[in-house]
Design a protein around this ligand. Structure first.
Ligand SMILES: [Fe+2]
Ligand SMILES: [Fe+2]
Length: 474
């Protein structure tokens, strides 16, 4: 079904045929816009931004590009097309028809998952709402805003499900999604990472690379769900999400490329010299990676989780890319799990696979994260340097699960507590790292110009030149 743009809320769910639902969502719409005006990128409300807007949900040409003032963006409700005769792909009900309604016995589990996912979407807009003031280029400014409007649309996607399938509870949850705020002392966002401030663009690129990728894996798990409207919603969100990770991937890549240029120019890899020249040295990039990657690992939950076992068994949440596995029921399968042995070493526990689904997803996520790291390392090697970036171990600096609070080095080797405490500040961005990166954050607003700490992108958006005026500032 094509998207109806004549409606107040663009949609492909035939909203006009359900007046009650339509009225409820139209009632929520001005509250969303109020929120956007207060906690979104409000400094740029009058600017014309070259944005893509969804006009279809098929793989080919689903988006339209053009100048839009962000408050006029057409946030809508778009589900991927239904797959005919779709069957449940995992768990105890494997092979049975998928559900078009939420089964009563799973209602609260589904509601919690949808609310948790929904909460992250506006949280990231809030975290990033001042970044536009220090954009390194108009190209980057546009990408930030593209992500922001799409995270806003992802909130709409979850709010639609809450309104359409969860009655009054769902409507109340939709209100709460606008009442919690990132970093708020009284009403913070649900997940820790989404309360971390994003004060500089290096953090923004790290967030887009690591945290949006967590989003990708959560959406992949939910796209497997037996509750078909949730699966279809998440499938379409994944198409939008790809660009967010592209921004992070290329953003970090351009920071590294700039550092390499400066190292070549100066004939040294001394971090202090690179910094004096206004670029970000590679050890600082590594510390930011350590911080963001480990913070995101916790988003997958505990290694051993009865909750994960139940949601898998019940067909609520599958593994990312469930179809790549042979056994979709996993009733008797086991999983070898490395845990601290309590004596400063590592032991292997055997746990039921269903209980280890969080860890399965986390490992798939880490593998995906490593693809970019390998590419960045190639660039460093090609430039003739020995330095290698690396993802820290899944055991390092964890706050949740088997390794929570364990003292290990970034490679995951258990070390003495005193050594850990002493060395941890060297492994994470220090106050002075953050102050240095912050000192580079000055806006560059001339089309085609880049800040001195970042290389230009290889190409522009939608086949346009890099020097295109992607944002017409008001
Ligand atoms: Fe999102
Ligand atoms: Fe995203």
């Amino acid at each position: 079904m094509s998207i109806d743009y004549a409606e107040r809320i663009p949609n492909n769910v035939n909203l006009a045929n359900d007046r009650t639902l339509q009225r409820a969502l139209e009632h929520w719409q001005p509250k969303f816009l109020d929120w956007w005006h207060q906690l979104g990128p409000h400094d740029f409300a009058g600017s014309d931004v070259y944005l893509r807007t969804a006009v279809g949900v098929d793989a080919q040409g689903w988006a339209n590009y053009g100048y839009v003032k962000m408050p006029d963006y057409r946030w809508g409700i778009f589900l991927a097309d239904a797959l005919p005769d779709r069957k449940i792909g995992f768990g105890d009900a494997y092979g049975q028809p998928v559900w078009q309604q939420v089964p009563g016995e799973f209602r609260s589990q589904f509601r919690r998952l949808i609310v948790t996912q929904g909460d992250t979407e506006p949280a990231s807009v809030e975290q990033q709402h001042l970044l536009g003031r220090t954009c390194p280029s108009l190209y980057d400014l546009r990408n930030l805003f593209q992500i922001n409007v799409e995270e806003g649309r992802h909130l709409w996607a979850m709010v639609y499900l809450l309104h359409a399938y969860f009655g009054r509870d769902g409507r109340e949850e939709a209100e709460e999604l606008l009442a919690r705020h990132s970093g708020d002392a009284d009403k913070p966002r649900i997940l820790g990472t989404f309360n971390e401030p994003i004060a500089d663009w290096l953090s923004f690129f790290m967030f887009s690379y690591f945290t949006d990728r967590d989003g990708k894996f959560q959406l992949k798990s939910l796209a497997e769900s037996s509750f078909d409207p949730l699966a279809r919603t998440c499938r379409f969100m994944l198409t939008e999400e790809a660009h967010h990770m592209f921004v992070g991937d290329t953003g970090i890549g351009r920071v590294i490329r700039r550092a390499l240029e400066v190292m070549k120019e100066l004939g040294t890899d001394d971090p202090a010299a690179v910094r004096r020249h206004g670029a970000i040295d590679l050890p600082t990039v590594q510390r930011y990676i350590n911080f963001w990657f480990t913070s995101c690992l916790d988003l997958f939950g505990s290694e051993v989780s009865s909750n994960a076992a139940v949601t898998f068994a019940n067909g609520i949440k599958g593994r990312p890319d469930e179809s790549q596995y042979e056994d979709h029921v996993c009733a008797n399968a086991t999983f070898p799990l490395e845990v601290p042995d309590g004596r400063g070493g590592v032991a292997t526990d055997t746990v039921p696979l269903r209980n280890a689904m969080n860890e399965v997803a986390r490992i798939a996520y880490a593998k995906d994260c490593d693809i970019g790291v390998k590419r960045w390392n190639m660039a460093i090697k090609r430039a003739g340097h020995d330095f290698q970036l690396a993802l820290p171990s899944l055991r390092f600096r964890r706050s949740i699960g088997a390794w929570a609070g364990a003292a290990t080095d970034p490679a995951g080797k258990p070390i003495a507590r005193a050594e850990y405490d002493r060395r941890l500040p060297d492994w994470l961005p220090s106050e002075s790292d953050r102050a240095f990166v912050g000192s580079l954050m000055h806006p560059v607003r001339e089309p085609g110009k880049m800040a001195g700490w970042i290389a230009p992108p290889d190409r522009g958006i939608n086949n346009l030149p890099v020097a295109y005026e992607y944002v017409r500032l008001s």
